[in-house]
Design a protein. Sequence first.
Length: 437
Amino acid sequence: MRTIRAAAAATLAISIAAGVTGCGGGTSSGGGSNDSPKTLTYWASNQGPSIEADKKILAPELKKFEEQTGIKVKLEVVPWADLLNRILAATTSGQGPDVLNIGNTWSASLQATGALLPWDKANFDAIGGRDRFVDSAVASAGAEGKDPSAVPLYSLAYALYYNKKSFAEAGIDKPPATWDELVADGKKLSKNGKWGLGAEGSNLSNNIHQTFVLAQQHGADFFDAAGKPTFTSDGAVAAVKQYIDFMAKDKIIAPGNAEYAQNQSLTDFAKGKTAMVLWQAAASTFASQGMKPEDWGAAPVPVASGTPGQGKNVNSMVAGINMAVFKNTKNIDGAKKFVKFMTSDAEQKLLNKTYGSIPPVKTAQADAAFSAPDLAVLRDTLAKSAAPLPQVPNESQFETAVGTAVKELWADAAAGRPVTTESVKARLEKAQQTMQQ
Protein backbone atom coordinates (compact mmCIF):
# COMPACT_ATOMS: atom_id res chain seq x y z
CA MET A 1 0.00 0.00 0.00
CA ARG A 2 1.05 3.54 -0.47
CA THR A 3 -0.20 7.10 -0.16
CA ILE A 4 0.98 9.61 -2.74
CA ARG A 5 1.22 13.23 -1.75
CA ALA A 6 -0.35 15.82 -4.04
CA ALA A 7 2.98 17.49 -4.68
CA ALA A 8 4.24 14.35 -6.38
CA ALA A 9 2.20 14.97 -9.51
CA ALA A 10 3.70 18.37 -10.13
CA THR A 11 7.20 17.12 -9.39
CA LEU A 12 6.74 14.21 -11.76
CA ALA A 13 5.60 16.49 -14.56
CA ILE A 14 8.70 18.63 -14.11
CA SER A 15 10.92 15.55 -14.11
CA ILE A 16 9.41 14.21 -17.32
CA ALA A 17 9.57 17.57 -19.06
CA ALA A 18 13.23 17.90 -18.14
CA GLY A 19 14.09 14.43 -19.40
CA VAL A 20 15.96 13.71 -16.19
CA THR A 21 18.63 11.01 -16.37
CA GLY A 22 20.91 11.73 -13.41
CA CYS A 23 20.66 9.90 -10.13
CA GLY A 24 22.49 7.88 -7.56
CA GLY A 25 25.16 10.56 -7.39
CA GLY A 26 26.65 8.87 -10.46
CA THR A 27 28.39 9.90 -13.61
CA SER A 28 27.05 12.04 -16.43
CA SER A 29 27.26 9.25 -19.00
CA GLY A 30 23.78 7.93 -18.24
CA GLY A 31 25.10 4.37 -18.40
CA GLY A 32 26.41 3.84 -14.90
CA SER A 33 29.99 3.28 -13.75
CA ASN A 34 31.96 1.21 -11.26
CA ASP A 35 33.58 4.06 -9.33
CA SER A 36 32.37 2.57 -6.01
CA PRO A 37 32.47 -1.20 -6.61
CA LYS A 38 32.26 -2.20 -2.95
CA THR A 39 29.15 -0.28 -1.86
CA LEU A 40 25.48 0.08 -2.78
CA THR A 41 22.60 2.07 -1.34
CA TYR A 42 19.20 0.38 -1.42
CA TRP A 43 15.83 2.01 -0.80
CA ALA A 44 13.41 -0.75 0.12
CA SER A 45 9.67 -0.22 0.29
CA ASN A 46 7.85 -0.92 3.55
CA GLN A 47 6.41 -4.40 2.96
CA GLY A 48 6.01 -5.71 6.50
CA PRO A 49 4.00 -4.53 9.49
CA SER A 50 6.59 -1.84 10.32
CA ILE A 51 9.84 -0.24 9.16
CA GLU A 52 11.73 -2.04 11.93
CA ALA A 53 10.25 -5.39 10.92
CA ASP A 54 11.50 -4.86 7.36
CA LYS A 55 14.98 -4.05 8.61
CA LYS A 56 15.07 -7.26 10.64
CA ILE A 57 13.87 -9.27 7.65
CA LEU A 58 16.27 -7.75 5.12
CA ALA A 59 19.41 -7.27 7.22
CA PRO A 60 20.50 -10.93 7.24
CA GLU A 61 19.86 -11.21 3.49
CA LEU A 62 22.00 -8.15 2.77
CA LYS A 63 24.71 -9.61 4.98
CA LYS A 64 24.51 -12.83 2.97
CA PHE A 65 24.94 -10.82 -0.25
CA GLU A 66 27.96 -9.03 1.22
CA GLU A 67 29.55 -12.34 2.19
CA GLN A 68 29.02 -13.69 -1.33
CA THR A 69 30.20 -10.63 -3.26
CA GLY A 70 32.16 -8.36 -0.93
CA ILE A 71 29.66 -5.57 -1.65
CA LYS A 72 28.19 -3.78 1.37
CA VAL A 73 24.59 -2.62 1.03
CA LYS A 74 23.37 0.40 2.97
CA LEU A 75 19.65 -0.14 3.59
CA GLU A 76 16.91 2.43 4.05
CA VAL A 77 13.30 1.28 4.34
CA VAL A 78 11.10 4.09 3.02
CA PRO A 79 7.39 4.38 3.96
CA TRP A 80 5.00 4.29 1.01
CA ALA A 81 3.71 7.71 1.99
CA ASP A 82 7.14 9.17 1.19
CA LEU A 83 8.60 6.86 -1.44
CA LEU A 84 7.43 8.46 -4.68
CA ASN A 85 8.37 11.97 -3.54
CA ARG A 86 11.79 10.68 -2.45
CA ILE A 87 12.34 9.07 -5.84
CA LEU A 88 11.29 12.18 -7.73
CA ALA A 89 13.51 14.38 -5.58
CA ALA A 90 16.39 12.03 -6.36
CA THR A 91 15.80 12.31 -10.11
CA THR A 92 16.03 16.10 -9.94
CA SER A 93 18.87 16.41 -7.43
CA GLY A 94 21.10 13.60 -8.62
CA GLN A 95 21.33 12.36 -5.03
CA GLY A 96 19.71 9.02 -4.55
CA PRO A 97 20.24 5.28 -4.12
CA ASP A 98 21.78 2.82 -6.52
CA VAL A 99 18.90 0.35 -6.30
CA LEU A 100 15.35 0.91 -5.13
CA ASN A 101 11.88 -0.58 -4.94
CA ILE A 102 9.02 0.96 -6.86
CA GLY A 103 5.34 0.13 -6.96
CA ASN A 104 4.65 -1.43 -10.34
CA THR A 105 1.89 1.08 -11.06
CA TRP A 106 4.58 3.80 -11.21
CA SER A 107 6.65 1.97 -13.82
CA ALA A 108 5.59 3.89 -16.91
CA SER A 109 5.66 7.24 -15.12
CA LEU A 110 9.17 6.76 -13.79
CA GLN A 111 10.27 5.22 -17.07
CA ALA A 112 9.31 8.47 -18.78
CA THR A 113 11.81 10.42 -16.67
CA GLY A 114 14.68 8.53 -18.29
CA ALA A 115 16.35 8.09 -14.89
CA LEU A 116 16.02 4.31 -14.60
CA LEU A 117 18.15 1.63 -16.23
CA PRO A 118 16.23 -0.07 -19.06
CA TRP A 119 16.13 -3.83 -18.71
CA ASP A 120 17.00 -4.82 -22.24
CA LYS A 121 18.01 -8.36 -23.25
CA ALA A 122 21.62 -7.90 -22.13
CA ASN A 123 20.63 -6.65 -18.69
CA PHE A 124 18.04 -9.39 -18.25
CA ASP A 125 20.61 -11.98 -19.34
CA ALA A 126 22.91 -10.68 -16.59
CA ILE A 127 20.33 -11.77 -13.98
CA GLY A 128 19.38 -15.08 -15.55
CA GLY A 129 17.07 -14.08 -18.40
CA ARG A 130 13.67 -12.46 -18.86
CA ASP A 131 11.90 -15.79 -19.28
CA ARG A 132 12.49 -16.60 -15.59
CA PHE A 133 9.72 -14.13 -14.75
CA VAL A 134 5.95 -14.43 -15.08
CA ASP A 135 4.84 -12.55 -18.20
CA SER A 136 2.16 -10.48 -16.47
CA ALA A 137 4.69 -9.28 -13.88
CA VAL A 138 7.12 -8.09 -16.56
CA ALA A 139 4.26 -6.47 -18.47
CA SER A 140 3.58 -4.23 -15.47
CA ALA A 141 7.19 -3.02 -15.34
CA GLY A 142 6.94 -0.39 -18.06
CA ALA A 143 5.08 0.90 -21.07
CA GLU A 144 4.15 -1.55 -23.82
CA GLY A 145 6.70 -1.74 -26.60
CA LYS A 146 9.59 -0.48 -24.46
CA ASP A 147 12.23 -2.28 -22.41
CA PRO A 148 10.97 -2.58 -18.82
CA SER A 149 12.21 0.03 -16.38
CA ALA A 150 12.39 -2.42 -13.49
CA VAL A 151 12.46 -6.11 -12.56
CA PRO A 152 9.59 -7.80 -10.67
CA LEU A 153 10.38 -8.60 -7.03
CA TYR A 154 7.11 -9.33 -5.22
CA SER A 155 3.76 -10.04 -6.89
CA LEU A 156 0.54 -9.09 -5.15
CA ALA A 157 -3.20 -9.06 -5.68
CA TYR A 158 -6.21 -8.11 -3.60
CA ALA A 159 -8.26 -10.58 -1.58
CA LEU A 160 -11.22 -10.25 0.75
CA TYR A 161 -10.01 -11.09 4.26
CA TYR A 162 -12.68 -12.03 6.77
CA ASN A 163 -12.72 -12.65 10.52
CA LYS A 164 -14.03 -16.17 11.11
CA LYS A 165 -15.19 -15.51 14.69
CA SER A 166 -17.17 -12.42 13.64
CA PHE A 167 -18.79 -14.35 10.81
CA ALA A 168 -19.74 -17.23 13.11
CA GLU A 169 -21.24 -14.88 15.70
CA ALA A 170 -23.35 -13.24 12.97
CA GLY A 171 -24.50 -16.61 11.62
CA ILE A 172 -22.69 -16.17 8.30
CA ASP A 173 -21.30 -19.48 7.04
CA LYS A 174 -19.21 -18.36 4.05
CA PRO A 175 -17.57 -15.22 2.65
CA PRO A 176 -19.60 -13.12 0.20
CA ALA A 177 -19.04 -13.75 -3.51
CA THR A 178 -20.97 -10.73 -4.83
CA TRP A 179 -21.22 -7.11 -3.75
CA ASP A 180 -24.89 -7.55 -2.85
CA GLU A 181 -23.91 -10.39 -0.54
CA LEU A 182 -21.09 -8.30 0.95
CA VAL A 183 -23.49 -5.46 1.75
CA ALA A 184 -26.04 -7.85 3.24
CA ASP A 185 -23.39 -9.55 5.36
CA GLY A 186 -21.87 -6.18 6.27
CA LYS A 187 -25.19 -4.99 7.68
CA LYS A 188 -25.47 -8.09 9.87
CA LEU A 189 -21.93 -7.48 11.13
CA SER A 190 -22.28 -3.71 11.71
CA LYS A 191 -23.66 -3.53 15.23
CA ASN A 192 -22.59 -3.04 18.84
CA GLY A 193 -19.69 -0.78 17.87
CA LYS A 194 -18.35 -3.19 15.27
CA TRP A 195 -18.38 -2.77 11.50
CA GLY A 196 -18.70 -4.99 8.48
CA LEU A 197 -15.95 -3.61 6.24
CA GLY A 198 -12.77 -1.61 6.70
CA ALA A 199 -11.30 0.99 4.33
CA GLU A 200 -8.40 3.45 4.10
CA GLY A 201 -10.20 6.58 2.95
CA SER A 202 -7.16 8.87 3.03
CA ASN A 203 -4.86 6.43 1.25
CA LEU A 204 -4.87 7.76 -2.31
CA SER A 205 -3.44 4.66 -3.94
CA ASN A 206 -5.83 2.32 -2.16
CA ASN A 207 -8.68 4.53 -3.35
CA ILE A 208 -7.42 4.12 -6.91
CA HIS A 209 -6.99 0.37 -6.64
CA GLN A 210 -10.53 -0.21 -5.38
CA THR A 211 -12.26 2.19 -7.76
CA PHE A 212 -10.24 0.92 -10.75
CA VAL A 213 -11.51 -2.61 -10.11
CA LEU A 214 -15.09 -1.44 -9.69
CA ALA A 215 -14.79 0.61 -12.88
CA GLN A 216 -13.65 -2.51 -14.73
CA GLN A 217 -16.72 -4.30 -13.39
CA HIS A 218 -18.86 -1.44 -14.70
CA GLY A 219 -17.23 -1.86 -18.13
CA ALA A 220 -15.27 1.36 -17.81
CA ASP A 221 -11.72 2.61 -17.53
CA PHE A 222 -10.19 5.91 -16.46
CA PHE A 223 -8.35 6.42 -19.78
CA ASP A 224 -9.25 5.81 -23.41
CA ALA A 225 -7.08 3.92 -25.91
CA ALA A 226 -5.11 7.09 -26.67
CA GLY A 227 -4.31 7.67 -22.99
CA LYS A 228 -6.79 10.52 -22.58
CA PRO A 229 -8.52 10.77 -19.17
CA THR A 230 -12.15 9.62 -19.08
CA PHE A 231 -12.79 10.12 -15.38
CA THR A 232 -16.39 11.25 -15.82
CA SER A 233 -17.67 8.31 -17.86
CA ASP A 234 -20.85 6.75 -16.53
CA GLY A 235 -19.02 3.59 -15.49
CA ALA A 236 -16.24 5.43 -13.65
CA VAL A 237 -18.75 7.61 -11.79
CA ALA A 238 -20.85 4.56 -10.86
CA ALA A 239 -17.73 2.75 -9.60
CA VAL A 240 -16.67 5.57 -7.30
CA LYS A 241 -20.19 6.05 -5.99
CA GLN A 242 -20.53 2.31 -5.27
CA TYR A 243 -17.33 2.41 -3.23
CA ILE A 244 -18.30 5.48 -1.19
CA ASP A 245 -21.81 4.14 -0.69
CA PHE A 246 -20.44 1.37 1.53
CA MET A 247 -20.18 4.16 4.09
CA ALA A 248 -22.65 6.77 2.86
CA LYS A 249 -25.66 4.57 2.05
CA ASP A 250 -25.03 1.00 3.21
CA LYS A 251 -23.50 2.04 6.57
CA ILE A 252 -21.11 -0.91 6.74
CA ILE A 253 -17.89 1.16 7.08
CA ALA A 254 -17.21 3.28 10.17
CA PRO A 255 -17.07 7.06 9.44
CA GLY A 256 -13.63 7.23 11.06
CA ASN A 257 -12.21 5.13 8.23
CA ALA A 258 -12.35 8.25 6.07
CA GLU A 259 -9.18 9.39 7.86
CA TYR A 260 -7.30 6.08 7.69
CA ALA A 261 -4.12 6.00 5.61
CA GLN A 262 -1.58 3.95 7.58
CA ASN A 263 -3.07 0.43 7.73
CA GLN A 264 -5.41 1.26 10.62
CA SER A 265 -8.10 -0.86 8.97
CA LEU A 266 -5.86 -3.91 9.45
CA THR A 267 -5.45 -3.08 13.14
CA ASP A 268 -9.23 -2.79 13.50
CA PHE A 269 -9.59 -6.16 11.77
CA ALA A 270 -7.03 -7.81 14.06
CA LYS A 271 -8.81 -6.41 17.12
CA GLY A 272 -12.20 -7.69 15.97
CA LYS A 273 -13.60 -4.20 15.39
CA THR A 274 -14.05 -4.84 11.66
CA ALA A 275 -15.04 -8.16 10.07
CA MET A 276 -13.81 -7.73 6.49
CA VAL A 277 -11.09 -5.85 4.67
CA LEU A 278 -9.90 -5.69 1.05
CA TRP A 279 -6.11 -5.96 1.07
CA GLN A 280 -2.94 -7.24 -0.53
CA ALA A 281 -1.02 -9.99 1.32
CA ALA A 282 -2.13 -9.17 4.86
CA ALA A 283 -0.96 -12.35 6.60
CA SER A 284 2.28 -10.99 8.07
CA THR A 285 0.53 -7.93 9.48
CA PHE A 286 -2.20 -10.06 11.07
CA ALA A 287 0.44 -12.29 12.65
CA SER A 288 2.33 -9.30 14.03
CA GLN A 289 -0.87 -8.17 15.73
CA GLY A 290 -1.50 -11.47 17.45
CA MET A 291 -3.85 -13.19 15.01
CA LYS A 292 -3.41 -16.90 14.29
CA PRO A 293 -3.89 -18.26 10.75
CA GLU A 294 -7.06 -20.04 11.85
CA ASP A 295 -8.59 -16.73 13.00
CA TRP A 296 -9.12 -15.40 9.50
CA GLY A 297 -9.79 -16.52 5.95
CA ALA A 298 -9.17 -15.13 2.48
CA ALA A 299 -11.55 -15.22 -0.47
CA PRO A 300 -11.64 -13.63 -3.93
CA VAL A 301 -12.78 -10.02 -4.02
CA PRO A 302 -16.51 -9.96 -4.88
CA VAL A 303 -17.92 -9.25 -8.33
CA ALA A 304 -21.34 -8.02 -9.39
CA SER A 305 -22.48 -11.54 -10.24
CA GLY A 306 -21.03 -14.89 -11.20
CA THR A 307 -17.38 -15.65 -10.50
CA PRO A 308 -14.17 -13.65 -10.97
CA GLY A 309 -12.62 -13.64 -14.41
CA GLN A 310 -11.60 -11.39 -17.25
CA GLY A 311 -13.64 -8.49 -18.64
CA LYS A 312 -16.32 -7.20 -16.32
CA ASN A 313 -15.44 -9.71 -13.62
CA VAL A 314 -11.95 -8.35 -12.96
CA ASN A 315 -11.56 -8.31 -9.17
CA SER A 316 -8.04 -6.96 -8.58
CA MET A 317 -5.44 -4.74 -10.10
CA VAL A 318 -2.12 -6.40 -10.91
CA ALA A 319 -0.18 -5.36 -7.83
CA GLY A 320 3.47 -5.81 -7.12
CA ILE A 321 6.84 -4.38 -6.18
CA ASN A 322 9.68 -4.03 -8.65
CA MET A 323 13.41 -3.42 -8.32
CA ALA A 324 14.88 -0.56 -10.33
CA VAL A 325 18.44 0.67 -10.87
CA PHE A 326 19.30 4.30 -11.48
CA LYS A 327 21.20 4.71 -14.73
CA ASN A 328 23.93 6.76 -13.14
CA THR A 329 24.74 4.46 -10.25
CA LYS A 330 28.42 4.45 -9.33
CA ASN A 331 28.32 0.65 -9.11
CA ILE A 332 26.44 -0.64 -12.15
CA ASP A 333 27.90 -4.15 -11.96
CA GLY A 334 27.18 -4.40 -8.24
CA ALA A 335 23.63 -3.15 -8.75
CA LYS A 336 22.94 -5.87 -11.30
CA LYS A 337 24.48 -8.49 -9.02
CA PHE A 338 22.19 -7.31 -6.22
CA VAL A 339 19.10 -7.55 -8.43
CA LYS A 340 20.21 -11.03 -9.48
CA PHE A 341 20.62 -12.01 -5.82
CA MET A 342 17.22 -10.66 -4.76
CA THR A 343 15.47 -12.41 -7.67
CA SER A 344 17.30 -15.72 -7.19
CA ASP A 345 15.11 -18.73 -6.48
CA ALA A 346 16.31 -18.97 -2.88
CA GLU A 347 15.68 -15.30 -2.03
CA GLN A 348 12.39 -15.24 -3.88
CA LYS A 349 11.09 -18.15 -1.85
CA LEU A 350 12.36 -16.75 1.44
CA LEU A 351 11.23 -13.15 1.04
CA ASN A 352 7.86 -13.86 -0.53
CA LYS A 353 7.07 -16.46 2.14
CA THR A 354 7.94 -13.91 4.80
CA TYR A 355 5.84 -11.13 3.30
CA GLY A 356 2.96 -13.35 2.21
CA SER A 357 3.33 -12.31 -1.43
CA ILE A 358 3.73 -14.38 -4.60
CA PRO A 359 7.11 -14.79 -6.34
CA PRO A 360 7.15 -13.38 -9.87
CA VAL A 361 9.91 -15.92 -10.65
CA LYS A 362 8.28 -18.99 -12.15
CA THR A 363 10.40 -21.67 -10.47
CA ALA A 364 10.03 -20.06 -7.04
CA GLN A 365 6.27 -19.68 -7.48
CA ALA A 366 5.99 -23.44 -7.94
CA ASP A 367 7.18 -24.03 -4.37
CA ALA A 368 4.59 -25.80 -2.21
CA ALA A 369 4.68 -22.95 0.33
CA PHE A 370 2.71 -20.79 -2.09
CA SER A 371 -0.18 -23.23 -2.16
CA ALA A 372 -1.47 -22.13 1.26
CA PRO A 373 -5.16 -21.18 1.02
CA ASP A 374 -4.69 -17.40 1.22
CA LEU A 375 -1.74 -17.39 -1.18
CA ALA A 376 -3.63 -19.64 -3.57
CA VAL A 377 -6.35 -16.97 -3.73
CA LEU A 378 -3.75 -14.30 -4.58
CA ARG A 379 -2.01 -16.53 -7.12
CA ASP A 380 -5.25 -17.50 -8.86
CA THR A 381 -6.43 -13.91 -8.91
CA LEU A 382 -3.22 -12.77 -10.59
CA ALA A 383 -3.50 -15.55 -13.15
CA LYS A 384 -7.20 -15.33 -13.95
CA SER A 385 -8.93 -12.10 -12.92
CA ALA A 386 -6.49 -9.22 -12.36
CA ALA A 387 -5.92 -6.31 -14.72
CA PRO A 388 -3.00 -3.83 -14.75
CA LEU A 389 -3.58 -0.19 -13.98
CA PRO A 390 -3.11 2.04 -17.04
CA GLN A 391 0.54 2.04 -18.13
CA VAL A 392 0.53 5.70 -19.12
CA PRO A 393 3.23 8.31 -18.35
CA ASN A 394 0.90 10.33 -16.14
CA GLU A 395 -0.35 7.37 -14.10
CA SER A 396 1.08 8.83 -10.89
CA GLN A 397 -0.78 12.09 -11.52
CA PHE A 398 -3.92 10.01 -12.02
CA GLU A 399 -3.41 8.35 -8.62
CA THR A 400 -3.03 11.73 -6.98
CA ALA A 401 -5.90 13.49 -8.75
CA VAL A 402 -8.56 10.79 -8.60
CA GLY A 403 -7.30 9.39 -5.30
CA THR A 404 -7.77 12.83 -3.76
CA ALA A 405 -11.26 13.15 -5.26
CA VAL A 406 -12.23 9.85 -3.65
CA LYS A 407 -10.65 10.94 -0.35
CA GLU A 408 -12.81 14.09 -0.41
CA LEU A 409 -15.91 12.00 -1.07
CA TRP A 410 -15.08 9.79 1.91
CA ALA A 411 -14.91 12.97 4.00
CA ASP A 412 -18.35 13.98 2.73
CA ALA A 413 -19.77 10.59 3.66
CA ALA A 414 -18.18 10.66 7.11
CA ALA A 415 -19.63 14.12 7.76
CA GLY A 416 -23.11 13.05 6.65
CA ARG A 417 -23.08 15.21 3.53
CA PRO A 418 -25.03 13.72 0.59
CA VAL A 419 -23.01 11.67 -1.89
CA THR A 420 -24.92 11.70 -5.15
CA THR A 421 -24.11 10.79 -8.73
CA GLU A 422 -23.85 14.51 -9.44
CA SER A 423 -21.46 15.20 -6.57
CA VAL A 424 -19.25 12.25 -7.55
CA LYS A 425 -19.15 13.41 -11.15
CA ALA A 426 -18.26 16.95 -10.06
CA ARG A 427 -15.29 15.70 -8.01
CA LEU A 428 -14.06 13.53 -10.87
CA GLU A 429 -14.50 16.37 -13.37
CA LYS A 430 -12.31 18.56 -11.18
CA ALA A 431 -9.71 15.79 -11.06
CA GLN A 432 -9.80 15.45 -14.84
CA GLN A 433 -9.32 19.18 -15.28
CA THR A 434 -6.30 19.00 -12.98
CA MET A 435 -4.82 16.26 -15.17
CA GLN A 436 -5.36 18.29 -18.34
CA GLN A 437 -3.76 21.51 -17.10
